[in-house]
Design a protein around this ligand. Sequence first.
Ligand code: PBG
Length: 327
Amino acid sequence: MELDIRPRRLRANPILRKMVRETRIDASSLIYPLFVTEGRQKKEAIRSMPGQYRYSVDGMGEKLTELAQAGVSAVMLFGITENKDEIGSSAYAQDGIVQRALFWAKREFPQMYFITDVCMCEYTSHGHCGILHGQDVDNDQTVESLAKIAVSHAQAGADMVAPSDMMDGRVRMLRHALDIHGYEQVPVMAYSAKFASSFYGPFREAAGSAPAFGDRKTYQMDFHNRREALKEIALDLAEGADIIMVKPAMAYGDLIREAKELSNVPVAAYSVSGEYAMVKAAAQADFIEEERMICELAACAYRAGTDLYITYFAQELAGYIKEGKIG
Ligand code: PBG
């Protein structure tokens, strides 16, 4: 057959395929979410996320060492505590779980980078991401607490803060609060387009943060909406976000791409607990090949345009990158 263009020519050999590859992945863009909990020498398995654990502060070292050896140098900390009340006050306590974890980890692992999730759902007795007024979360009161949390994380040594609450105006408030306390160099990574998603189910079991009543739909976004996501991203940029995030990652590639095109800041994608749990469950049943699936999901998030990839598979991915299985 006479053909001017034969796309298969560029797929004929592995060296050539790698040469013309459009998406390159580097372990320096991976961020590992780490659950830290009260107690001593603890490593509690999370039922809904096989292979993931809740570590006590003095038990985190093992995981941080493994990550560092694999080539992952950024961690996002999530605090898990029994110390809950109506207003989530332990979230900004000086001796709160994340604050203690930061004091310890910044001393023991000065070469690593610590980002903190700034939210209240792990600290409130009702499990909502803010302070309640009747049945709903009071936006403006919540934002003031979030600012207090962010400042307390910075005081404890956080390198970056990441508000995940989806309240209006929180990025501006956090930026302002950080600045007046002398933390103008601490970047804000905003969970900008965060959807009310069933993909968070396993996390809520891991963190004991499921809402006691109702759902999060008055603050997290409706997954039918695209333009609303662009509105949230534009607002966070205007409020001073240094990095914007799309969450979940899988099934939200269109928005990762749009976030990238809309902005001139780095874009992050969070491959959430439900994505992890689905891969693990299907692999355990022998329905899929785990390693190939992990690589494909990651490569597709980067292809969609993400610059940073937050994933429970960070350590595995760093290994696959080293072995040349991806990237
Ligand atoms: C806290 C928070 C959640 C996640 C990240 N930060 C849970 C939620 O919003 O319900 C989800 C992470 C995951 O599922 O891996 N608000």
